[in-house]
Design a protein around this ligand. Structure first.
Ligand code: ZN
Ligand code: ZN
Length: 350
């Protein structure tokens, strides 16, 4: 991962220290439970402990590697910064209070400034390689859902369907799940983040699945809503409104638009159809190493969409006691539109 662009519009910084797990992965390309990446104007240094020495030497190409014990760790960070002549150092606001105390004490000669937003903004714009990993993760998830859904019958429980989807994702090449797969039936679909239970499926109930696979450290995210019987007139109408709202937004989102404007496209469509109060969450979010990362595509976000951001488009309408519909695709933002990297069909009755 290139590091020089971190300084491009951030001239007041001489160096950055990243200690969060996802940011370590971003620069090193492998998972570690301990370490820091220190980026100065002329190089990057990965400081970790002896457990990761061999893997770091094999896999980390663009960074110098320093092996440290925990007691020397913050001192090693200070040494790298001193050697680079750094004065103003950006840090990530993910440390615990205890860690931050040690960090501040070891780095007291430097001017420390929060810089979590700078790295989040860099990570929000994906490289072609990262987009490729996300697309592969999505293809694994789609094949898994097709297989699991083709076997669904009345009487299956939410937990059983969740287990089948998870099994198919792992067998199909996922390293793990992006997050705990959500499976909801019937009135449970009205809770956007329902935890799968032992509830059995009745033929005419809605089935909502929100799932993602992880591939090479990158997440996918997709939601589909189905029914194997007759969901009734109101939920069929709700399904059409959500699908049309999503399609309308996908047609008009493009780089240069704010996240607020992107959110408003689907939201205004849903409001115009009388369900504004039933769409209680944001339109979408960035996806990458983390399942939720910048940009948050919500009503209060003024972040401007840029080419190669990967965001979700996930409007939903939830009617307590009756059911909810959410449909979620992943989009790559382009100069003049978006590329929808979710190809799973949107069909309510299966
Ligand atoms: Zn999702
Ligand atoms: Zn999502």
């Amino acid at each position: 991962m290139t590091t020089s662009d971190l300084f491009e519009n951030n001239g007041k910084f001489d160096a950055f220290v990243f200690m969060g797990e996802s940011n370590r992965f971003y620069f090193t390309r492998f998972e570690t439970s301990f370490g820091a990446v220190v980026v100065t104007r002329d190089k990057g240094v990965f400081i970790t402990d002896f457990r990761y020495e061999t893997e770091a030497q094999e896999r980390v190409k663009d960074l110098d590697i320093v092996i440290s014990t925990y007691s020397e760790f913050f001192g090693k960070i200070a040494e790298v910064l001193q050697a680079a002549g750094a004065k103003t150092v950006g840090y990530e606001e993910t440390m615990s209070v205890g860690e931050f105390g040690e960090f501040k004490a070891a780095l007291k000669e430097f001017k420390l400034k929060p810089a979590g937003d700078i790295i989040a903004a860099k990570r929000a714009v994906k490289t072609e390689e990262e987009i490729g990993f996300i697309c592969t993760a999505q293809q694994i998830a789609e094949r898994a859902l097709q297989k699991a859904i083709s076997r669904v019958k009345a009487g299956v429980t939410e937990r059983e369907l969740m287990a089948e989807i998870n099994y198919e994702m792992i067998i199909g090449g996922a390293e793990k799940y992006s997050f705990e797969t959500i499976v909801a039936f019937g009135a449970n679909t009205a809770q956007p983040h329902h935890h799968p239970s032992d509830k059995k499926l009745d033929k005419d109930e809605l089935i909502l699945v929100d799932m993602g696979a992880k591939y090479n450290g990158y997440c996918s995210d997709m939601t589909r809503t189905f029914c194997i019987g007759d969901p009734g007139e109101q939920l069929e109408r709700v399904y059409d409104i959500v699908k049309e709202a999503q399609e309308y937004a996908i047609k008009y989102i493009k780089a240069g638009m704010t996240c607020h404007e992107a959110d408003a496209l689907a939201r205004e469509y849903i409001i115009a159809n009388g369900y504004g109060d039933n769409f209680g969450h944001s339109f979408g979010h960035g996806v990458g190493i983390d399942i939720h990362e910048d940009p948050r595509v919500g009503a209060s976000s003024q972040i401007v969409l840029r080419p190669n951001m990967v965001i979700t488009a996930e409007p939903g309408i939830y009617i307590p006691g009756l059911g909810g519909v959410r449909i979620e695709d992943m989009l790559v933002v382009k100069e003049n539109g978006v590329s929808d990297i979710t190809s799973y069909e949107k069909k309510l009755i299966i």
